[in-house]
Design a protein around this ligand. Structure first.
Ligand code: GAL
Length: 359
């Protein structure tokens, strides 16, 4: 038992760090290196605007976490894109072996614009603990068509412009690329996001695009600091957000949520033999009582446990929009059942779950 004394996970409970404070790292992303896990997340106050930035915690055992301070700080300069009061969500960090840099991508909304900007931002650091230096933000894939769109779908026409939301004509047009066409020149919308680095070092940026109606998966450049011209649309019109990716054997799995803002909804899961798809629907991976609202959580990450085969943790946020600082963390062990990821509720569990779980 360590200093803070946690030797189990208690999903949904207050989770104290070494200083005795509830961990403040929402919409989190995880990075593992040499026996240490790093947890990056949104530092929330009562409201959800960025007042501090992205916080980082470290742990050797996943139960006990040290607050390592602010990895990416908001800027006091009112002209900065990441000024105090902007929205910085779902930060994820990966390491680039070629440049030796830690690279953070996140969802950025410009101050005072609600969720209209729909940008992704990038920052780098020489240390996993930061400080990360902000580089830029933008809407990705401007002037680039996705690999899986037909030539006939590349023209934004008068019909597209006059469509009313939620009509069957709108839905059909949405599926065949309405918003890709609309946003072709200014770049594709990028909100909820995650990153995934494959075994060959290729990094992917996965985000909700097209007014949150369709996911985009894009290949990043070798230095992980930009988008290449390769991206695909995934589950067109499927309304997925909060993506989390992991690989088991030679198959990629993705867990997402539907679109109900801070309120929970049934999770979804998918699998594919390639990051660029096609992705096949597998249904709600949550099982048992409470599964219909994913145990009141929304996915943020799936963490492979270091040193254990096929041991994955579902990580979700139980948001509290009335007092965001009180948002809770729902971590549950994933079991693979007939080639599908599944997780059930546990009031309390520990990593020995993975020793006893059936394959
Ligand atoms: C959720 C999303 C969160 C946050 C929120 C704002 O759907 O997953 O990351 O953006 O909406 O309402």
């Amino acid at each position: 038992m360590s200093k803070t004394g946690h030797d189990t996970f208690k999903p949904g409970a207050i989770w104290e760090d070494f200083d005795g404070n509830h961990i403040n790292a929402h919409g989190g992303g995880f990075y593992y290196e040499d026996g240490t896990y790093f947890w990056y997340g949104e530092h929330k106050d009562q409201n959800s605007l960025a007042q501090v930035g992205v916080r980082v915690y470290s742990s050797k055992d996943l139960y006990n976490w040290s607050n390592e301070g602010v990895a990416l700080s908001v800027s006091s300069n009112p002209d900065s894109e990441i000024t105090t009061g902007s929205v910085i969500e779902r930060p994820k960090v990966i390491f680039n072996k070629k440049t030796g840099k830690y690279v953070m991508w996140f969802h950025l909304e410009l101050k005072g614009q609600g969720y209209a900007a729909a940008r992704t931002g990038v920052a780098t650091s020489d240390s996993p603990l930061g400080p990360f230096e902000y580089i830029k933000s933008f809407r990705p894939n401007a002037n680039v068509w996705p690999k899986n769109i037909d030539d006939s779908e590349k023209v934004y026409n008068e019909e597209d412009k006059s469509l009313e939301w939620w009509t069957s004509e709108w839905k059909a047009s949405l599926v065949d690329g309405l918003y890709v066409r609309r946003d072709f020149e200014k770049g594709q919308m990028s909100r909820d996001m995650t990153l995934y680095v494959d075994d060959d070092g290729t990094a992917y940026h996965i985000h909700s695009s097209e007014e949150n109606q369709t996911l985009h998966i894009s290949v990043l450049t070798d230095d992980y600091l930009d988008f290449t011209d390769t991206y695909v649309r995934v589950q067109e019109g499927g309304q997925n957000e909060a993506p989390a990716i992991f690989k088991s054997g030679d198959t990629y799995y993705m867990i997402t949520s539907g679109l109900t803002g801070w309120s929970p909804n049934p999770a979804r899961s998918f699998k594919s033999k390639s990051m660029l798809g096609p992705w096949e629907k597998l249904g709600n991976p949550a099982k048992g009582k409470g599964a219909e609202l994913t145990f009141r959580s929304q996915s943020t990450f799936v963490l492979p446990v270091a040193g254990k085969d096929d041991a994955y943790i579902y990580m979700g946020d139980r948001w509290n929009p009335k007092n965001h600082i009180d948002g809770r963390y729902i971590w549950l062990p994933i079991s693979m059942s007939n080639g599908k990821p599944e997780f059930q509720w546990h009031d309390e569990w520990d990593l020995s779950f993975f020793e006893t779980a059936s394959p």
